[in-house]
Design a protein around this ligand. Structure first.
Ligand code: UDP
Length: 327
């Protein structure tokens, strides 16, 4: 297929681009490089357009013969979303609205959308399946939920089909260790822990140890970025036009506490990672663990890199490469 990947220079986007190329798809990346990296792009055309620029967006995608779009481009930091809500609504909701309008004008009828576990808010069950109530407790999650509603409405009123993939905690790096996570500023637990160990980041602060969990720290479902990439390949390949709307949760179904993740990082690094306990971070639910049975059943998705030790090891391999070869 000929596919447009928005945000293809970002973390999950760039791993998905590689997976799509490996499957023989023809890929064009659209990215404004605000948070993505040119080095993460491999052998594919880059269209440098901002999704908020509707005119240039349409101009650059029409008459290109795209069969579908995978849409990763978004603002994605919970804390930032609290401080800059309008920026998040403009990018995530406004940008996606422009993209859908441009796709319709260019007669492109298939979209795979990067959604998030943040749409669920505080869980009311141990495992979160697709039907779990959606009451986001941060602006980032709100914007992603609004986009899901938008896509459902468009699918119900036209031949446009959309599949929303709700990631739990994306983590790890590709096997070759030459592609991985690099955010500025970095806010995520695993890279922050590893950078503290490598001396390339700040000292690690653990955000709250008074949550109602076994060791008092937040529990998350960490899913390897290459497993997310394979879900995107499956989603676009299985998708047909005709006004279909689907949602899938993507996780391993195993929860790890912040302290357990730090222990896995220490094992990968081979050294202790000192941390201090800080206050809770606003917008963090105590526990988020997926039921991804629907994706396994309907997308034949079979995540390969579920063990937290392997995820931490791949992230550490990448961190060493990044420090030695790119920084
Ligand atoms: N966390 C932490 N220190 C950090 C970064 C994250 O204690 O420097 C915690 C955070 O409060 C959450 C978990 O680690 O409970 C995962 O956070 P992350 O930002 O990696 O992903 P999120 O769950 O926000 O998508």
């Amino acid at each position: 297929m000929k596919l447009l990947v928005t945000g293809g220079a970002g973390y999950v986007g760039s791993h998905s681009v590689r997976a799509l190329l490996d499957e023989g798809h023809d890929v064009v990346v659209l990215d404004n490089l605000s948070t993505g990296h040119k080095w993460a792009l491999q052998d594919c055309e880059l269209i440098s357009v901002d999704l908020r620029d509707e005119t240039n967006l349409l101009r650059s995608i029409k008459n290109r013969g795209f069969d579908g779009v995978l849409h990763f481009a978004a603002k994605s930091l919970v804390g930032e979303s609290k401080n800059q809500p309008a920026l998040y609504y403009q990018n995530n909701v406004g940008g996606t609205t422009n993209l859908v309008r441009a796709m319709q004008a260019a007669d492109i009828q298939r979209l795979v959308f990067s959604s998030t576990a943040a749409i669920f808010g505080n869980p009311v069950s141990d495992l979160i399946d697709e039907k779990h109530p959606k009451t986001p407790i941060n602006v980032y999650g709100q914007t992603k939920l609004v986009v899901e509603h938008l896509l459902q409405a468009v699918a119900e009123s036209s031949d446009f089909s959309a599949t929303c993939l709700r990631y739990f905690n994306a983590a790890g790096a590709n096997n070759a260790a030459n592609l991985g996570e690099w955010h500025e500023p970095e806010t995520h637990l695993i890279p922050n822990a590893l950078r503290a160990a490598a001396g390339t980041g700040n000292a690690l602060t653990l955000f709250g140890d008074d949550y109602p969990t076994t060791d008092g720290t937040c529990v998350r479902d960490y899913i390897h970025v290459d497993d997310l990439a394979s879900a995107h390949v499956a989603a676009i390949e299985k998708m047909s036009a005709g006004g279909n709307f689907n949602v899938y949760n993507l996780g391993n179904g195993n929860g790890y506490s912040v302290k357990e993740v730090i222990a896995a990082c220490e094992k990968a690094v081979g050294a202790e990672i000192p941390f201090t306990i800080g206050p809770r971070r606003e917008g963090d639910p105590a526990t988020l663990v997926a039921s991804a049975q629907k994706a396994r059943d309907e997308l034949d998705w079979n995540p390969q890199f579920g063990a937290i030790d392997k995820i931490a090891q791949s992230a550490w391999n990448w961190e060493c490469y990044r420090r030695d070869s790119l920084a």
